[in-house]
Design a protein around this ligand. Structure first.
Ligand SMILES: Cc1ncc(C[n+]2csc(CCOP(=O)(O)OP(=O)(O)O)c2C)c(N)n1
Ligand SMILES: [Mg+2]
Length: 555
């Protein structure tokens, strides 16, 4: 117990909650556990922090991760030891792969019992060591403020990611007079004039340049700077996997999404480019079509790679120019560089990329072969009916291919989707979004498999007064896996069928408005009714299991 200051004595659990407040936390997602009662008790008095109690720790961790994506500040999740922490591990994995700031607090067994394989004991350093940026166990109540500040700084510094903080139960009730630690503000490194000039010069010498953007840390300001830069230079921009909201898709320079189900013309464009300017993105395996679009380790294209974390530069690809920079600072510097005289040498190339994007995503007539809801028509309707500030969430499954292809993301942080391909993400993410942005329509698009990971959270959404619409694309199977199965083991269906419950009855039992739609013709009216209903609504879309992707039917 510290007596070195005049600060009043308080428990470490109370110091933890004070640190959350000092770091600007407004919302905590949790499932309670007896291991952290002292923190729950401190939250009872802390009126500035809302406690969102979920039904499953996986959902709580997904919500916290989505909140981190939306705010750029660590999302906060609290769970109990052993079973709680193992359930919540999905959120740590998503935050790691998606570069999202997240802090997972785990109530731990008392210090005196450690190492005995006591009830629900887990060594979190071992469990999360390969997944989190940092794993800490706070064993000294006097160090709570210091270690909390470190958790926040680590989650946000460089490439953002997850931090796991283990809280031995007996420490939480010990007294300390250690004072609060004020948060530090991390100022991004400056971009030298030499760096921005080198980039500008390489671009001016290009015939077929391509900008690839991705990663996290895209604030409104950074997205606006990107738009001004690529408009002034007329540079084509591709967004990396599930980062489609970095540039308004209606912008004349937007040429598409480096995704699963990639536009073949975009693939060709990346292959044919002579200079690639990659900003914020890791150039992962999906964005590079399994490391085939660019040669590993030395692409034939001249590669300019900019990332705020130096460890991501040269990790896979050897860039010709590597700049450690935050996207905003870099783009502000590039906006200060001299643009080429209009029209630049590549203006035809940019226009051609845009034409190919428009052709790939164009409105098309309903497909008469489809026996059930045509998802193309559904997503085209969403794109037309929803305003630019609508937030659209999804998890993993082939249904997302329609969404990513035919929806137009028009504003920053309106796409909440796991780049790590975790099923079940969409509904928890939609709840986090609905609580964070009460004025934005929120739509979760899920497959039947994806939805069934956390369907019980519909009741959480209703309990917290969230306003959101869930669209469940029900094809009665784990369609993505069936697609791979039919390719490798044709006609031998094994483990990929799915018998769900009555989705509308399930939703109604949670207090949601619910409808079933069997033809895309009926979708606009059903969607309008769901929006008018307010609160939580679910629309089951009975789709054709044979229509496995927008372009492919199972034989
Ligand atoms: C948590 C998790 N479990 C398993 C998988 C493997 N997986 C990827 S997509 C998929 C099927 C998704 O089914 P559904 O949501 O119904 O979408 P569909 O492909 O049928 O459109 C599965 C099982 C995964 N990505 N994540
Ligand atoms: Mg399915």
């Amino acid at each position: 117990m510290s007596d070195s200051t005049n600060a009043p004595s308080r428990t470490a659990g109370r110091a933890l909650v004070a640190a959350l407040r000092a770091h600007g936390v407004e919302r905590v997602f949790c499932v309670p556990g007896e291991s952290y009662l002292e923190v729950l008790d401190a939250l009872y008095d802390e009126k500035s922090i809302e406690l969102v109690v979920t039904k499953h720790e996986g959902a709580a961790a997904n919500m916290a991760e989505a909140d981190g994506k939306l705010t750029g500040r660590p999302g906060i999740c609290m769970v109990t030891r052993g079973p709680g922490a193992t359930h919540a591990s999905i959120g740590v994995h998503i935050a790691q792969q998606d570069s999202t700031p997240l802090i997972l607090f785990v109530g731990q067994i008392a210090r005196g019992h450690m190492g005995r394989d006591a009830f629900q004991e887990v060594d979190y350093q071992q469990m999360f060591g390969g997944m989190a940026k940092l794993v800490m166990e706070i064993n000294d109540p006097d160090r709570m403020p210091e270690l909390m500040a470190r958790a926040f700084n680590t989650a946000m510094a460089g490439r953002p990611g997850p931090v796991v903080v283990s809280l031995p139960e007996d420490v939480l009730t010990e007294l300390s007079t250690a004072p609060d630690c004020a948060p530090i503000s991390l100022l991004p490194p400056a971009v030298s004039q030499a760096s921005s000039q080198a980039i500008a010069q390489a671009l001016r010498a290009a015939q077929r340049p391509l900008v690839i953007v991705g990663g996290s840390n895209w604030s409104d300001e950074a997205c606006a700077s990107l738009r001004s830069f690529v408009q002034a230079w007329d540079l084509p921009v591709a967004c990396s996997f599930r980062r489609q909201d970095v540039l308004d898709n209606t912008n004349a320079q937007y040429v598409g999404h480096l995704s699963l189900g990639m536009n073949p013309a975009l693939k060709q464009m990346a292959a044919d480019a002579d200079v690639i300017l990659a900003i914020g993105t890791r150039l992962g395996d999906i964005a590079t079509d399994a490391y085939t679009l660019l040669d590993v380790p030395k692409p034939k294209q001249r590669l300019i790679h900019c990332h705020r974390d130096a460890r991501e530069l040269g990790r896979v690809y050897q860039p010709d120019i590597a700049v450690q920079a935050d996207a905003l600072v870099l783009l502000q510097a590039l906006n200060g560089a001299e643009a080429p005289k209009a029209p630049p040498a590549w203006s035809g190339w940019t226009a051609q990329g845009r034409v190919a994007f428009a052709a790939f995503t164009a409105v098309r007539p309903a497909n008469p072969a489809i026996n059930g809801v045509d998802l193309t028509q559904v997503v085209l309707h969403l794109a037309e009916a929803l305003p630019a500030n609508a937030i659209v969430t999804n998890g993993a499954g082939n249904y997302a291919v329609w969404l990513h292809r035919f929806y137009q993301y028009r504003a920053p942080r309106t796409e909440l989707a796991p780049t790590c391909g975790a099923m079940g993400y969409g509904l928890p993410a939609a709840i986090a979004a609905a609580l964070r942005h009460k004025d934005s329509p929120v739509v979760c698009v899920a497959g039947d498999g994806c939805f069934m990971m956390y369907p019980q959270e519909l009741a959480t959404a209703v309990a917290y007064g969230a306003s959101l619409i869930v669209l469940v694309a029900n094809n009665g199977m784990y369609g993505t896996i069936r697609m791979h199965q039919e390719r490798e083991y044709p006609g031998r269906v094994s483990g990929t069928s799915l018998k769900g419950p009555d989705y509308t009855a399930l939703a109604r039992s949670c207090g949601a408005h619910a409808e079933r739609v069997t033809s895309a013709r009926d979708f606009p009216a059903a969607f309008a009714r769901a929006r008018a209903a307010g609160g939580v609504a679910l629309i089951e879309l009975v789709t054709d299991p044979l229509q496995i992707t927008p372009d492919k039917r199972l034989a």
